[in-house]
Design a protein around this ligand. Structure first.
Ligand SMILES: CC(C)(COP(=O)(O)OP(=O)(O)OC[C@H]1O[C@@H](n2cnc3c(N)ncnc32)[C@H](O)[C@@H]1OP(=O)(O)O)[C@@H](O)C(=O)NCCC(=O)NCCS
Length: 200
């Protein structure tokens, strides 16, 4: 998994949560423009294409396929896509099983948008929908290693300094983030990713 901690983009303000009755702020409009849904079997080739297109190597595409084969990692219903206007998936986000010491949690990775559709709300839409699905499924804690300016808009905060959730490797505090999905205090401990990540 790549270290996404080197981005220098300005930190955005958290986007307001969208609801059908909310005033149409730009963030809301962008979110509503991207219908989201759990991936279906038919989406698997498209999900691979998105990951191949968005990254320089096949590492993430192969990782998604390996996670899909790992029954202890894969969480049915927690692989989401956002559809472009033509109905084909343009964005993908995945949560898989990880642990904080021995307590189950979910790891967000990868999050991917076709290059032609990046920075138009697709990534935010699919991530928000996926996190909502995880809440509905009873998941309590999510973690992510990612671009420091991007993930705080979803509520993520530095895992180690805020929650005492330590990375499995010495990743920068501002890039390794955690989110309580249910409002409870997350478990403290060291994160163990699913085996296909290859992180010891
Ligand atoms: C990172 C990614 C998932 C974001 O999705 P997106 O649809 O492009 O982003 P959104 O439209 O939801 O959000 C746009 C905002 O995110 C910010 N953003 C987008 N990519 C970013 C990045 N790499 N680093 C920091 N901020 C980023 C934009 O500056 C913009 O900020 P603003 O709302 O303040 O204007 C997408 O750009 C992508 O697939 N990138 C390549 C793969 C990757 O790096 N994935 C993440 C690691 S697994």
């Amino acid at each position: 998994m790549k270290d996404m901690s080197s981005s220098t983009d300005d930190a955005p303000e958290p986007a307001a949560a969208a609801s059908p009755s909310a005033a149409a702020s730009p963030a809301t409009a962008a979110r509503l423009a991207w219908p989201t849904r759990p991936e279906s079997t038919e989406d698997i080739p498209a999900v691979r294409r998105i990951n191949l297109a968005a990254f320089d190597t096949a590492e993430e595409a192969d990782l998604v396929d390996a996670l899909r084969r790992d029954r202890s990692a894969w969480l049915p219903g927690l692989s989401y896509v956002a559809d472009a206007p033509d109905g084909t998936p343009a964005a993908h986000a995945l949560l898989t099983r990880c642990h904080v010491d021995d307590v189950p949690a979910v790891a967000l990775a990868p999050c991917t948008v076709l290059p032609a559709h990046q920075k138009s709300g697709a990534g935010s839409a699919v991530i928000r929908a996926l996190l909502d699905a995880a809440r509905a499924a009873g998941e309590r804690t999510a973690i992510v290693l990612g671009h420091p300016p991007y993930y705080p808009r979803f509520g993520f905060a530095p895992a180690a300094s805020r929650f005492g959730i330590l990375p499995p490797q010495p990743w920068p505090d501002e890039a390794f983030l955690a989110l309580s999905l249910d409002g409870s205090i997350p478990p403290r401990g060291t994160v163990r990713y699913a085996a296909p990540f290859g992180i010891d």
